[in-house]
Each structure stands twice: as C-alpha cells, then as structure tokens.
Write a protein that binds this ligand. Structure first.
Ligand code: MSP
Length: 645
C-alpha cells in the first residue's frame, strides 16, 4: 500500500568496497535508490539519500600494498572517482560516507565498547578458515578438504586468533518474532523465507574482531584487535546521520522519528542486513526502523561479471555511446524486484529502439509536428465532451497513475514503468483510431482535431512527469519541447486535464535516435577484441616449469552436474583406458551431454583433491574465447591417445 501520510524517507545503498571500480552491476543499486529518492522528493516527502564506501579490511590493505599506496591514500582516490561517477550518472545523494572518516570510526568504537560492557560482545578464540576476498570465516564443511571458499571459489587461509564474538544466539528468537510481526521487513517475500529458515537452523555467535591485519577500526579497550569489517560497515547507516555525535538532528529526524527507512541491498548481502544488523541494533537498544529491499544481480550471458572472463561493463562504457537516461531506464525497467536480469548490448539496443525511440520518441515528435501543422503550435483545452477513444485514454491515464504510484512507492519500478508504457502505446493507437490527417481535411472537424491534439498532449505531459525519477534529463527536454508551464510539471499536477492553452516548439527534436543493431554489434565486437588484446598476460614461466605438466588426451565417458552447485560438473574420463574422475567448473558453459564422447586435454599429474566431497584427479584444459566464454580444448584426430606434452 502507498503510505499517503509519509513525511520523511531515508534511503541507503550498500556502501561499496573500495577495492576496485564500480561496474554496472553495483551501479544498479545506486541508480534504483536514486529513482526512489527522486520519486519521494517529487511527492514532497523530505528525503535523505545516503551512499558511500566500505573502506576497511584485509583485502583493501593488500590492494593498497600492491598499488604502492597507503590504504588511506588508496581509499581516498577510489572515493573521489566514485563520487565523480555518481555525478556523471545524475545521482542525487545527500551524503557520501567513507568508513575511514573520523565521524564514523569514533562512533563505531563507542558502539563496540557499549556492546562489550553489556556482554553482547565477549572475548574468545577463533580457529578456522578465512576467505580474504569475502572477508568471511567458513566452517570445515563449507570449505572442504581443499579449503576453497564456497562463495567465491578462491583458496581460504587457516587462521587461529583471539577474537571478540557477538552473541547472536541470545537474540535469534527475538529476531524471528520481529520478522513475523513485521511482514514487510524483508522484501520480496521469497528472500524473507530464506532468512527465516537460516535463523531457524540455529545461529552461531559471530566473530567480530581481527588481529591478523591492521587496516580497520581498532577496538578502543584492546587496540590489538580491529573491528570486523561488517560491524564497521553496517553502522554507516546511523553514523552518517550523526548518531552518537554532538549533532543528532538528522538521526532524530530520519531514523528515530522517521516515517520510512529503506536499505537497498543485493541478494548476496541480505543475510548481513537481515540478521547481523537488526541484532546489533537490538544489542545497542536502537529501534529497528528499516526495511530491506533485496534485489537480484545484473548478469551477463556468461553469468557473473568478472575480470578473469573479461566481461565487466562499466557504466560510462554505456553512457558515452548511448547517453545516460537509456541506461537508467534499461536497468530500472529490466530488473524485477528480487530476481536477476540479463545485460546484453543486443537486449539494450532492442529496448532502446522499441521503448524509447519508437514508442516514446515517435509519440512526442508526431504530436508536436501535428500541433504545428494543424494549429500553428498552439494547444487549446477543448470545451466539448470527449469522444469515446479520448474517454478511454483519460480513464486509462487515471488507472496508470494509480498503479504507477503504488508500484514506485513499493520499489517495483519495473511494473511501474510497464504501466507508463501501456499508456504510451494506447496514445500511439489513439492516433491511428482518430486519423488526424483525415480530420484535418474537413473544416467542420476542426474542434474534434483540436481535442485529439489536446488528449495526446496531456498523455505526454503525464508521461514526462512519471518518467522524471528515472529519466530526469529526458523529462526536462519533453517539458521544454511541449512548452509545459512550470506548475504543470510538478508531481501534484499528475492529473488529466490540467493544461490550459500552451504553445509547443516549432520543430521537434529527435528524443532518441534509432540505433542500427548490426552496426552496434560490429562496434562491440571490435571493442571486445581490442579489450582482449590489451589484457595483460600472466607472469612468464620457463620451459622447465612447463615441462612439469603432463598433458594427456582423455575421452569423456560420463558427465553430470554436481548437486547443489551451479558451476561444477563431475566428469568420468578415460586416459589410456584407465578411468578417472575430474571435477570442473564449466557448468555455466556446457551441458553435461555436450561433453560425453568428446576427446579433451587433461593435466594428468595434478595432485588429486576433494572438491565438495568428490575426488578430482586432474584438470581439464579450457581457454577463454573471444565471446567471453570458456571453451573446453578438444582433440580433433580420432583414436589419438598419445601423450602430447
Ligand atoms: N561492502 C559491502 C556492502 C556493505 S553494506 C553495509 C559489499 N560491497 S560490494 O561492493 O561488493 O557490493 C555492493 C553491492 O553491489 C551489493 O549489494 C551487491 O549485491 C551489489 N552487486 C555487486 N555485483 C552486482 C551485480 N552484478 N548486479 C547487481 N548488484 C550487484 O558487498
């Protein structure tokens, strides 16, 4: 339901790791938060929009060392370029927090001490497997014998250290009750169910300090320890509002007495926000004011974006060629709340041509051209009653406005935009139904023709208002082209029939120039090849190093997906008639049946390991192809079982 009495809104993005450049995947969170913040402001709601950087941790310490900079220097550089990026993407954040800022670190230290004092945090011992890339500890069962991180697949490190622990167990029933009593706490529903079943399986106390590296916030009473990066990071949502500082005005206004607090998070970090964060707040006796919107991932056809596959797309790659609003539109329109969406240039161009160039762009230019041709650019509010088509259009507008508001207030932008585009399509159809070019031939039909122009104009004005949060520049151009009076551009004029007499521009511009798909495909192909050529090769190895590898031809006898894994295939192969089992991470690129009967190349002398409990006796050779996917190296000659190394 839309909360009509809402007066304040606080919306936050996750704070991004300061270890690399932000790509279109994580820009998605910021863009949708911006859409939400803009939407709320346009509705007259006092809105505070926060984003920032998560700057501590071992990964960042190590990245800085590699870059030959101090961690502080490195995170400042990254924060600077990220701020610049948000400006380029027309992001209207009210603040940008860096977790290395004193306004944050000092408060986090105090909060940690408070939890210590209240015995919600206690000193203990931790022994286990740690993944630097994910900044997380895993159990033996999770990492298996070969010590591989279950989340990112990188090797984990064994650590044993004295650590502080947060008592999660104490709060788990209270949290379950909270989730049950607040049905909109975690959205969408499917994500909430995941969280509930995770808690019900039993929470282990959380290790919340580290002694193995330095780049973090020291525990005030025991500075040998730095505070676990997730406690540090989660607290940004209140430290940025001044909680625990001399001036708590923003905290009081937007959190304590606020009407709506929304944390937007990707599905991979939901658990931290839905379990640790509310428990930290309970321990600190701070009210849980927030609700969570967990979104899916922007995926490429090969799966996740990754440096090694070479398929990362940065926002400026897209905006430099196609403009900013088409990217903002594509991301908000394509991603249903909670699910993943695919990014491909083909799909992007299709949406651009269909929705923006054809549907919206044409409606605007045709309408302006006709108003000029038939009425010298002047639109006059008709006195007579509307015709049936116009009544239909007017009724649809009312319905669309309601549904749009309902969807946009609940973060369902995809549905909201689908509604807006249904109105655009209806208006395009209205032109065909009323045939203005025929009406124009008959002097007696002048009033009718004027009425048609007026209705088209009104639909376009309403559309320009509704797309404002998503495509602010486009909406501004539409108002200019149509000569919409300032008072009729505001959200409270989102009502059919507000326009009196106005004049449109003489010559309409092309709002979105149609793209040639083949030309664009060629451009991206060439760009990909160039990118590949630029990709640095790994460190050189000597021929002696290489000759240690025993490469053999093997025939795949059986192949099946490993249960519980999206990436791994279990292959049964034969080398010189001897059977072997090999586990390979190629499930995203090959269906098991594609491989059976194929002759492939295997590293035969790789030390056997167990991967998720399955023995792997070798490695199959693959190479990345120009299409950014992995291809298994295949032997063409039949009956060739000779040693080839
Ligand atoms: N620093 C933590 C968040 C701490 S919040 C208190 C973090 N940072 S991150 O940079 O790795 O990710 C930030 C956000 O980007 C996460 O919500 C994550 O889900 C999102 N995304 C990263 N890749 C993404 C896509 N490909 N698609 C959509 N969102 C993705 O996690």
């Amino acid at each position: 339901m839309e909360n009509k009495n809402k007066k304040t809104c606080y919306v936050t993005t996750p704070i991004y790791y300061a270890s690399g450049n932000v790509h279109i995947g994580n820009s998605y969170s910021t863009i949708v938060c911006d859409v939400f913040a803009r939407y709320n402001r346009l509705k007259g709601i006092d809105t505070f929009f926060l984003t920032g950087m998560d700057e501590h941790g071992q990964k960042i310490e190590e990245a800085a060392k590699k870059a030959g900079k101090s961690p502080q220097e490195m995170v400042n550089d990254i924060a600077k370029s990220t701020k610049e990026l948000w400006k380029n993407l027309n992001i209207t954040n009210d603040d940008f927090i860096q977790t290395s800022e004193i306004r944050h670190t000092e408060v986090v230290q105090q909060l940690f001490e408070k939890m210590l004092k209240n015995k919600d945090i206690y000193l203990g011992y931790y022994e286990g497997d740690y993944c630097v890339a994910c900044e997380a500890y895993f159990t033996k069962t999770q990492v298996g014998e070969e010590c591989i991180c279950p989340d990112c697949g990188k090797p984990t490190r064994k650590v044993k250290e004295e650590s502080y622990f947060l008592n999660l167990k104490k709060y788990s029933n209270r949290l379950l009750k909270y989730i049950e009593e607040n049905p909109d706490f975690i959205q969408p529903e499917s994500r909430k169910n995941e969280v509930v079943s995770f808690i019900e399986q039993g929470l282990e106390d959380l290790c919340v300090s580290r002694t193995s590296f330095k780049w973090g916030i020291p525990v005030l009473s025991n500075p040998r320890h730095v505070i676990y990066v997730w406690i540090d990071a989660l607290c940004n949502y209140i430290t940025a509002l001044g909680y625990g500082s001399k001036d708590e005005t923003l905290y009081n206004k937007f959190w304590l007495n606020g009407d709506e607090v929304v944390h937007v998070v990707g599905k991979d970090i939901l658990r931290f926000h839905a379990i640790y964060w509310p428990i930290i707040l309970m321990a600190l006796d701070i009210p849980i004011k927030f609700k969570l919107y967990a979104h899916g991932w922007v995926l490429m056809k090969e799966g996740k974006m990754s440096k090694s596959v070479g398929n990362i797309i940065y926002p400026l790659d897209v905006t430099k060629r196609y403009g900013l609003d088409p990217l903002r539109y594509y991301l908000t329109r394509e991603m249903p709340l909670g699910n993943d969406c695919l990014f491909s240039y083909d799909r992007f161009i299709e949406r651009y041509n269909t929705d923006l160039a054809n549907d919206l762009g044409n409606l605007l230019s045709r309408t302006i051209a006709m108003i000029n041709k038939y009425f010298d650019g002047v639109v006059i509010k008709p006195k007579e009653k509307s015709d049936t088509f116009a009544t239909e259009l007017e009724n649809l507008s009312k319905e669309v406005i309601n549904n749009y508001n309902e969807n946009f207030s609940n973060f369902r932008f995809q549905n909201g935009l689908t509604e807006v585009w249904s109105l655009i399509s209806r208006a395009n159809k209205y032109i065909d139904e009323t045939t203005p070019w025929i009406l124009a031939k008959d002097e007696d039909k002048k009033a009718e023709l004027n009425s048609v122009m007026y209705h088209l104009y009104e639909v376009l004005r309403l559309v320009a208002i509704m797309v404002m949060p998503v495509m602010p520049d486009t909406s501004k151009i539409m108002f200019e082209e149509m000569g919409v009076l300032p008072e009729n551009q505001a959200f409270d004029s989102l009502e059919y029939g507000k326009t009196s007499d106005v004049k449109v521009v003489t010559k309409p511009i092309v709002l979105f120039k149609r793209l040639d798909l083949v030309e664009e495909q060629k451009y991206h192909q060439e760009k990909n090849v160039a990118k590949k050529e630029e990709a640095p090769t790994k460190n050189e190895i000597s021929i002696e190093d290489f000759s240690k590898i025993d490469l053999r031809v093997a025939e795949v006898i059986e192949a099946s997906k490993m249960e519980g894994s999206d990436k791994l295939l279990i292959l049964k192969v034969k080398i010189d008639d001897k059977p072997r089992q090999i586990i390979s991470g190629i499930s995203e690129f090959y269906a098991p049946l594609d491989l059976v009967g194929k002759k492939i190349v295997v590293v035969a002398n790789l030390k056997p390991v167990k991967i998720r409990g399955h023995l792997s006796e070798g490695m199959i050779l693959t190479a990345s192809s120009s299409k950014n996917s992995l291809e298994v190296i295949q032997i063409l000659k039949e009956n060739n079982f000779a040693k080839i190394s």
